[in-house]
Design a binder for this molecule. Sequence first.
Ligand SMILES: Nc1nc2c(c(=O)[nH]1)N[C@H]1C(S)=C(S)[C@@H](COP(=O)(O)O)O[C@H]1N2
Ligand SMILES: [Mo]
Length: 363
Amino acid sequence: MIWGKRGDMIVHSTEPLNVEPPRAALAEHQLTGTDTFYVRNHGPVPDVHPDAWQLQVGGMVSRPLELSLAALKDGFAHHDMVAALQCAGNRRAGLMKVRDIPGETPWGPGATGNARWTGVWLADVLAAAGIAPGAEHVAFAAPDISGLASPPQPFGASVPLGKATLGEVLLAWAMNGQPLPQVHGAPVRVVVPGYIGARSVKWVERVTIQAQPSDSYFQATAYRLLPAEADPSAAGPGDGLALGPVAVNADILTPAEHDRIRAGPVTVAGYAFAGDDRYVARVDVSADGGRSWRQARLDEQPGPWSWRRWRATLDLPPGPAQVTARAWDSAAGVQPENEAHLWNPKGYGNNAWARLRFTVVPP
Ligand SMILES: Nc1nc2c(c(=O)[nH]1)N[C@H]1C(S)=C(S)[C@@H](COP(=O)(O)O)O[C@H]1N2
Ligand SMILES: [Mo]
């Protein structure tokens, strides 16, 4: 398979490359293998030579910077962070069952993953540049040109200055202890933990401190939550709500859908992810469609931005089984019951209860 990905990846498109792992592959490890991690591109993968790469830091700063990769690595303290990335379109296929969403990728549950990222805090680089009064946002620009934007343009995004100046947003050159693969943004990408994946700009080459959010199509027009009745083809800059922090979400990763499982104690397992600075507080599991619930056991998580794995053992009689899971976060937020309430014209942010069907056979 292309770009070092495993052979069983689900390919939504090759140009641009959009692939996600099957559910069972996502279940394998606490840290998603780099060969298993979804890829979400909007244009061709750029080939940026590490020696030629420079990061420009400018805008509302007192000292604009031009940093080579060596200068970035030598000039700032290195940090490691386990963080889940989640595409705003993750689980869009579930929304499409409510009503079609033409022109958007029908992502299943795999447009998410959990990895260890190494780099320097964006906050330290911003401090070196000196932030001028009146600054409110930090914009990221990349060289990959997307024909999906109108007009075609490089990928870009921004985050509020308050998020960017906390020691949690990374300029990362390594993923799972290895140099960042080209397809994931080499030589350097942004990792904005707890935010939709679209803000974690790959191949980042410019950081601009500014008073307004990025005017990139991908911040101003796309990745915004439109009201259900809106016509997405008529939506322009500023329409809808800009997506940033993700809402609490969870999925059931094992057993495999449509598996045949022997009756008796059956262990179901999955992940939950709270988003932003919330944490996963509880995961409930139901074997009767949500009439009664029991609490899953939560694994330790390797850091505040990681997803949290959970498992529960249910005693299931022979017959068709449907297991449901829902996560609660530390703000007492919970996943909504179904997609009907969540449907939106671009298909973002599906965090409805996770449901998995399989067959229980006599022991
Ligand atoms: N330059 C650039 N950065 C990008 C994108 C892109 O197309 N170009 N896609 C974004 C989106 S929508 C997501 S979900 C994540 C996916 O990161 P991954 O491909 O490393 O999994 O990258 C984000 N950063
Ligand atoms: Mo995304």
